[in-house]
Design a protein around this ligand. Sequence first.
Ligand code: PFF
Length: 515
Amino acid sequence: MGFILAAVGSAIGLGNIWRFPGVAYTNGGGAFLIPYLVALLTAGVVYLLFDWALGHRYRGSAPAIFRRIHPKFEPLGWFQVGLCFLIITYYAVIVAWSVRYMGYSLNRAWGDDPAGFFTKDFLHLLPSTQAHVTGDVVPGVMWPLVLVWLFVTLIMAMGVSGGLERLNKIFLPLLVVMFVGMVVRAVTLPGAVDGLNSFFTPDWEALADPHVWIQAYAQIFFSLSVMFGIMITYASYLPRRANLAPTSFVVAFSNSSFEILAGIGVFSTLGYMASKQGIAVSELEGITGPILSFVTFPQVISMMPGGHFFGMLFFGSLSLAGITSLVSLIQVVTAAVQEKFGMGVRASSVVVGLVSAALSIGLYSTSNGLNMLDVVDNFVNNIGIVSSAILTVFLLTFVVRRLPELHHHLSEHSAKPLRGWWRLFAGYITPIMLTVMLVFALVDLVQHGYGDYPSWFVLAFGWGALALLVIGSVLLSLLPWRTRVDHFVPARLEGVEPRPYHHHIDPREVQEASR
Ligand code: PFF
């Protein structure tokens, strides 16, 4: 139960609340649910199981696991750790905004210009065309951010079961209650039906558009937090006896249910707003991303009777959803630091907490913060995570050919054996879709650049950040391990030869490791 809650807590994040509704709306509305469901089954569930099989069988942090599979694969593990590290430094900032906006909801501090308030008064934001590196920390953003970092560092220091698991057991039910409360209020607003109609009305022609299918796969991928270390790390703490396959359906469907609920809540609210302004829902702007949450929602909160309460529910939900995902991302980093450098839980939490908080504050709570966040996020998601997924699948399927072993492991640890379709989708069909996604993203970036930022800025913080990750991953894998990472053979599997790679180690020393 603790594992399910933690996995769902990780999956449900900002992406569910602000990304899904807008993506579904612009990609066929009700018809989008078809590619979305296909992606959920062929990529979501499939790679959730892929990650879990790796974590549960090789029991370690991402670098330890890839090293145990093949000594040369360690950098891939560090690349995933690096992606998580980059994400936590800006994800925490958005959580901090949400926490601050809970307070702002009470007195509707944004007055009658939420857009100006968010960019000028709150963020002191530099226009994107003038983006450059600044060191001017904005105190209004920094203090909530310091609070967020203190809180999550404390949770991390309390350990996996005492901190993370307990946090999810409290925050996730609380999130569901608050969010359902928000949605119930939203659907009872006048005009909500118009919003829901425009959200669900199917545009069947969209199904013929390859972009719509790509969007569905992208949404499932990011929303479920698969293939960049999180689910690998979480599964490594599961007890030996586990029932993986059914659990993956529980997690995947809980995440998607929440996402659809968010669509209902957001579009009911937008319907209300449009009817108040006497326009059609299709004429509204700012229906996705940070603008939806920090500009459009504040507008609605000001219009609505009892808006401050609605605002507390909305920003409270955003904060809770963000924190449970944030801790899962941090755990990927602390687990790797613990194993590589032989550090304890507390020491690693403090070190990771301090370093990430410093970067988080120094880079993203400045007047250039949102610009930098936007560029880094785009490159990490559209290039970084997708490349890590393609590389992982390619290496495991074709280079070391471990798909049958992982399949076997999943069958052995599920109530019923897994069918052959899992291997077909995990190793062959879905990677084609991922490669198409990556090619489209690359072509688009090369042809159009990104946003209206100066090109050196995108080069430095988009491509530069990724290049730094690659170099850092290789360097980290060259450092010696302070724990006995290689003294490990995976649990015996009927019909699968145990394959310890480190033959220089005395076989009597090699034992089945468990966490
Ligand atoms: N799945 C979480 C979300 O939807 O927000 C966590 C997450 C995924 C965070 C991908 C960041 C990210 F790039």
